[in-house]
Design a protein around this ligand. Structure first.
Ligand code: UT7
Length: 308
């Protein structure tokens, strides 16, 4: 049966580092509080969504050994497009020299997992051979840098993968969900700043990740003890560990880049994936569980075999 697997990966972070101490100069907070309550030590800020997405994608294309003209489709998961019009994916498509279709997908912090599932379906049933999937956000542009309830969390960055057709499908199970009744707990009006009911997002995030991860594992026919690496959306280490505990995955199997990246929304999962693949943690044959949650609320999980 025709399926898909990841053949290339890349990531991009802005150069500028903002430490917790830097934030404490601008608002009533402290390094100790932020580390203790979120697990974040510093974050990266700057650049544009198109710029960071292009950088991550170039690395992914190079690793996959793919010429730009061999890509059949570009999906950019982002909740912070650079402009209302055109879609940022069109700008990235041009920067990379692609000759294929391109669209933005907005499922907030679940966006990369949504995009991966969409790309898989288009390869499996749509006849496409090679899809570039990017998750990238520049949340700093919609963050109120005087609001300690949000500014301590949000940041910029992204990652990308090349998904290619194969006879041995690596995407073993997935789950997508949304509950628009909770739209108000994390939102940003056009031209405005992100507002968040942190406690409510926290509570729902753990529940959503756990049930979504369990649904995807059930479809894949695997259990938590089969998972080699859990790569959750990086929003708060307490959410990541609490979800891991409930799913039954030890903390040393949870990929954490949050401590130095902050939360860059659709960028966090592909960034975690690329980082752990590059540093040798993820090995061929490993079983990965990706789980995102975010504004909407949305959630999405994918179980995949690492067979680059
Ligand atoms: O991509 C999805 C995005 N969002 C999330 O995943 C966010 C999920 N929520 C969270 O991560 C957490 O709720 C926060 C990190 C935002 C807040 O942590 P918390 O443990 O829920 O803190 P809290 O709001 O219950 O506040 C505890 C105390 C309060 O003081 P009192 O009432 O106990 O005196 C707050 O006023 O900490 C105070 N506080 C702070 N103190 C220093 C709240 N924010 C800060 C701060 N620095 N930044």
């Amino acid at each position: 049966m025709r399926g898909a697997h990841i053949t290339g990966w890349g990531s991009a972070l802005p150069d500028k580092i903002v430490t917790n101490d830097d934030l404490a100069l601008a608002m009533d907070t402290s390094d100790a509080w932020i580390r203790d309550r979120t697990g974040i030590q510093e974050r990266r800020v700057g650049g544009t969504t198109a710029g960071l997405a292009t950088e991550a994608a170039r690395e992914a294309l190079e690793r996959a050994g793919c010429a730009p003209e061999s890509i059949d489709l570009l999906i950019l998961a982002t909740t912070t497009p650079d402009q209302h019009v055109p879609a940022t994916s069109a700008v990235v498509q041009h920067k990379l020299g692609l000759r294929c279709g391109a669209f933005d997908l907005n499922a907030a912090c679940s966006g990369f997992a949504y995009a991966l599932v969409t790309a898989h379906a288009l390869i499996q049933g749509g006849g496409l051979d090679r899809i570039l999937v990017i998750g990238c956000d520049t949340l700093s542009r919609i963050t109120d840098w005087t609001d300690r309830g949000t500014a301590i969390l949000f940041a910029d960055g992204g990652g990308a993968v090349v998904l290619e057709a194969t006879e041995h499908d690596a995407i073993l199970g997935w789950d997508l969900g949304a509950d628009g009744a909770a739209a108000k707990i994390l939102e940003c009006d056009i031209g405005g700043y992100l507002t968040m009911d942190g406690k409510e997002v926290f509570r729902r995030a753990v529940r959503a990740v756990v049930s979504s991860a369990e649904n995807a594992m059930k479809v894949a026919g695997v259990t938590a003890s089969d998972i080699d690496w859990f790569i959750p959306h990086q929003a708060n280490i307490r959410i990541m560990h609490s979800a891991a505990d409930k799913v039954g995955i030890p903390h040393d199997r949870v990929v954490n880049v949050l401590s130095y990246t902050g939360n860059n929304s659709a960028g966090t999962i592909p960034l975690g994936l690329a980082t752990a693949a590059n540093d040798g943690r993820i090995k061929p044959g490993d079983l990965l569980l990706l789980s995102g949650f975010g504004a909407g609320m949305t959630w999405a999980s994918v179980v995949l075999r690492w067979q680059p």
